[in-house]
Design a protein around this ligand. Sequence first.
Ligand code: 3HC
Length: 294
Amino acid sequence: MAIQKVGVVGCGLMGSGIAQVCAQAGCTVVVREVSQELVDKGLKSIEKNLQRLVEKGTFTEADRGAARGRLSGTVTLDALKDCDLIIEAIIEQLPAKKELWSALEKLCPKTTIFASNTSSISITEMATVTARPDRFLGLHFFNPVPVMKLVEVIRTIATDPAVFEEIVEFAKRLGKTPVRTSDRTGFIVNRLLVPYLLDAVRALEEGVGSIEDIDNSMKLGCGHPMGPLTLLDFVGLDTTHYIANVMFDEFKERRFASPPLLKRMVLAGWNGRKAGRGFYDYADPKNPKPMQLT
Ligand code: 3HC
């Protein structure tokens, strides 16, 4: 039976985007946050994005209303108990994720599929707290979710191949291009992206070029939509540092080691766009200015 009702846990940047694309694809979506304030904030950002689609002519007013009508917010996990699929997009901390999956295991019927949007935590390890490792997998979206076409679908050695293919088809229903991968830290994208981003920081540390010149080189020389230091600010320096540490821990290879400058910027709280500064100063968000870091 096709997936009709989707539960999304976490309504931050990723969770709200995931909830939006599921509702746009015709699913009934219940999104859960830990407080009503966070539920309201997440739903407001979805409403803004849906409105933007109407203004651009991608969506009719009726489409917008229908997608919004399929979405509801909650602060309880109980409201997710009759979902066909639950997608988790909470904080990247294993204990928090284990606690959540263990609670959902008790609430949901055996048929519900569990998927995590984690970018680096082992899917296999999360599945150990449930009795359904065969119906547990990774579904990794990219920021901004409504725009980025890719979804990584991640199987563990225990994932049922039929469930895996069902989720590959579901990703297509969302208008995304799914890629199949397995539960190895970083999957495909971060395995390749993280060493590249870390190398850009090393290039800056070593005086190879200025912030703007490093960014312009990759934008104009390789056709990337954003230079690596702008992308680091966009993804979050703390997030990238965290993923790099998990990958270094797994592979023990220098290419995954977080460079000293990145570590110090994270310690200083200069985490990028969301913090108002990172490699750039966002005092005027439309006109970011490179920071003096070296
Ligand atoms: N939500 C919804 N839509 C958005 C958006 C958002 N947050 N930001 C931009 N958009 C839409 C705009 O409305 C616009 O739509 P249109 O073309 O239909 O008019 C389109 O995206 C392009 O936006 P802009 O013209 O404002 O700006 P850009 O052309 O510079 O595009 C960008 C912005 C799409 C973010 C582009 O710069 C880009 O692709 N950057 C790279 C992003 C990337 O690499 N993401 C992956 C990060 S890695 C990750 O997420 C994995 C994790 O594990 C770390």
